[in-house]
Design a protein around this ligand. Structure first.
Ligand code: KG4
Ligand code: ZN
Length: 329
């Protein structure tokens, strides 16, 4: 039985978790999101400095919550890539120093793979099996993989420009509704989708462009729709009602493309299971769309619980533990 400490500092969350044989003993996340709010996006310098300030405190709390001491640890895992270089360096240096000081093995973990692995930490993880289509939708990533084992992630599609979460954040900035944009846009879109709104003519959804690229591709392009929103707003002051209409229409356009890409991957590779990961998959409208597709198609969609969708270190410790065990065999 091994106990693993995981460290995640790839973007704006300082996160440390303790895992024992796939069971989460503690998972602590301290976020610098409020410090980035007035800029409408992550400022790398602020994120790195926040990690430096908080990483020790977060580690101490993770050990305390897990009711263990340094002596109970057997393995240290940390996010190696991808991420903001300055942010990654803080977590990696911290984790490597710990592994050296405690004389424990160290393992590097890929952040995007860990987002998909988060599904294995959920309650119904025994239903999960390979191969699956893996779809990571977050502030930094929009990727579709064919996953044949925990060491075999074949990347088949990615964004050519903005990540989906990034597009949500940028559109929210255009609409002046704050950061992070995803939850705000979802909230405004929910108001528009209420039936009472629909009969008014000016409240018809806006037909924002859906960039399907060419037929064989699994890639995404989201800069066009972002520009379309910008042209639609044209710097004029817009009402809350219009913000709701834009939010709904933008969300639908982006999610239609995502659903088409994922469905096409299932069909081409003859795979019925899809695992999601990343902050955007906490969106209720997106989940409802996939649930409807599931009823009609027989595909099975899996999502981690909300706390494991966003950046966290439990997914890093969990994947680190499994990779370490595989390596030793
Ligand atoms: O996975 P995550 O915490 O960090 C990254 O690895 O990027 O994802 C954060 C992103 C942000 O861009 C945020 O706007 C988006 O996920 N997000 C959402 C929702 N909640 C968070 N996007 C759409 N709908 C949501 N409910
Ligand atoms: Zn992430």
């Amino acid at each position: 039985m091994i106990t693993t400490l995981g460290v995640e500092t790839s973007c704006d969350e300082t996160a440390i978790a303790v895992i024992r044989e796939g069971r989460i003993l503690s998972s602590v996340v301290s976020s610098s999101v409020p410090l980035h709010e007035r800029f409408g996006g992550v400022i790398p310098e602020i994120a790195s400095r926040y990690h430096i300030e908080y990483v020790n405190k977060v580690a101490k709390r993770a050990l305390r919550n897990a009711k263990i001491t340094f002596d109970d640890l057997d393995l240290i895992a940390a996010t190696e890539t991808p991420g903001l270089p300055g942010s990654l360096l803080v977590g990696l240096s911290f984790a490597r120093a710990m592994s050296y000081a405690l004389d424990l093995p160290f393992i590097n973990v890929n952040h995007v793979h860990a987002h998909l692995f988060a599904n294995f930490l959920s309650k119904d993880s025994e239903r999960l099996r390979f191969p699956f289509v893996g779809c990571v939708v977050s502030g930094g990533h929009t990727n579709i993989f064919i996953c044949r084992s925990l060491k075999d992630f074949e990347l088949i599609g990615k964004t050519k420009d903005d990540a989906i979460g990034e597009a949500f954040d940028k559109v929210a900035k255009i609409l002046g509704i704050g950061y992070p944009g995803g939850p705000k846009i979802e909230k405004y879109a929910r108001i528009f989708s209420r039936p009472a709104f629909m009969p008014v003519k000016s409240n018809k959804p806006i037909n924002f462009p859906r960039a399907y690229m060419d037929n064989d591709s699994f890639d995404f392009s989201l800069s066009g729709i972002k520009t379309a929103v910008l042209y639609h707003v044209k710097k004029k002051k817009i009402s809350r009602r219009e913000i709701s209409r834009i939010s709904w229409s933008f969300q639908e356009a982006v999610f239609d493309v995502l659903a088409e890409r994922v469905g096409k991957a299932c069909k081409k590779f003859k795979i019925k299971d899809v695992f999601f990961g990343g902050g955007v998959i906490s969106n209720g409208r997106l989940r409802a769309k996939f649930e409807r597709i599931s009823v009609n198609s027989g595909y099975r969609f899996f999502y981690p619980p909300p706390a494991l969708c966003v950046d966290n270190a439990a997914m890093i410790a969990g994947l680190g533990e499994v990779l370490f065990k595989n390596k030793k065999q």
